[in-house]
Design a protein around this ligand. Structure first.
Ligand code: SIN
Length: 320
């Protein structure tokens, strides 16, 4: 049921959804982040209907190719989301974003915002606005339908007709339109002709840590430095030793299989941990998670991918 006077705030950050190409129909030789969020809304006929009567308010938070996403944009985005979510007149927030780091922004916002009663819905496109068949307008309509679905909550991604949660979502394809997957968990649901059909519950509420994160984010000047290293055949500890000398505060290691690490790299990581660097193991495998064993010398990421484990470690360091 639509409460009269409610609104959906649409925050623009750039990406291919806002991309243009000199040649109509060129799906790879385009420039991301060219079209403003107001124009994106205007180019999606039927948006007012998809929003079930909610008013739309657009705001440009950034205009970037999401490969260049950084903590300054995350900070601004989280603060704008928090600002709007605490407004009783706001039913939910929709964010237009590039696909390349969307899963990282989704996880960052999941960790930073109280979305227990309102949704933050990220959406995107794999084809620029100038494509012969751009996917952005439909994704925007679907995101709006989810944002106005009664009971919707959590940080979500809506793209290619699917609804995903922030924890599982991963970009799995560099070109095709359905580029995202929640792996073995599957999507939370689908959007069909403007209606969300759920196969799973909306994402669970957050813990107390997440609820205090936004306060730290509001005040932060210098973010903790956390880097990702990869364990691979022939790995050495040279990179880790150099990062420690350079003042790194946290390291996530993208491990082989069930959290195993090349012995040379592992020795360097243990040295790093001994001098106070926080080290977390995540698996390189696209599905499943590291199963911890008693006596593990390095903690695991509790199912988070390396890029998401980096965000959680950064926020953890921020608060301690
Ligand atoms: C980006 O991530 O900003 C560019 C690529 C995309 O949106 O698909």
């Amino acid at each position: 049921m639509q409460v009269s006077g409610q609104k959906i705030v649409v925050l623009g950050t750039g990406g291919t959804i806002a991309g243009t190409s000199a040649l109509a129909g060129d799906n790879i030789g385009y420039t991301a982040a060219q079209v403003g969020v107001e124009q994106l809304l205007a180019a999606a006929p039927g948006l007012a209907l998809a929003a079930s009567g909610a008013l739309l308010q657009a705001e440009q938070v950034a205009q970037i190719d999401s490969k260049d996403m950084d903590t300054a944009v995350w900070q601004a985005l989280a603060l704008r989301c928090a600002h709007h979510l605490q407004n009783p007149a706001v039913q939910g927030v929709v964010i237009t974003h590039g696909t390349d780091t969307l899963e990282e922004t989704a996880w960052f916002l999941h960790e930073a915002l109280d979305t227990r009663s309102k949704p933050v819905v990220l959406t995107c496109a794999m084809r620029p606005a100038t494509a012969l068949t751009p996917d952005g307008p439909q994704n925007l309509l679907d995101a709006m339908a989810v944002a106005t679905t009664p009971g919707a909550r959590g940080v979500l991604l809506v793209a290619a007709g699917e609804i995903h949660g922030a924890r599982q979502i991963q970009k799995v394809h560099p070109y095709r339109v359905n580029a995202f997957s929640s792996g073995e968990a599957g999507p939370l649901g689908w959007v069909e002709e403007g209606t969300a059909r759920l196969a799973q519950n909306w994402p669970l509420a957050l813990d107390a840590k997440a609820l205090s994160a936004i306060k730290s984010i509001a005040n932060i000047q210098i973010w903790p430095r956390v880097e990702i290293v990869v364990s691979h055949a022939g790995a050495t500890g040279a990179l880790v030793d150099a990062l420690v000398r350079d003042g790194v505060q946290g390291l996530v290691v993208a491990c082989t299989g069930n959290g195993t690490i090349h012995h040379a790299l592992e020795a360097a990581l243990l040295r790093a941990q001994d001098v106070g660097v926080r080290v977390v193991r995540a698996t390189r495998c696209p599905e499943g998670q590291v199963l911890p064993k008693p006596g593990d010398a390095l903690p695991d990421s509790r199912g988070l991918s390396p890029v998401k484990a980096r965000i959680s470690l950064m926020l953890d360091l921020l608060q301690h």
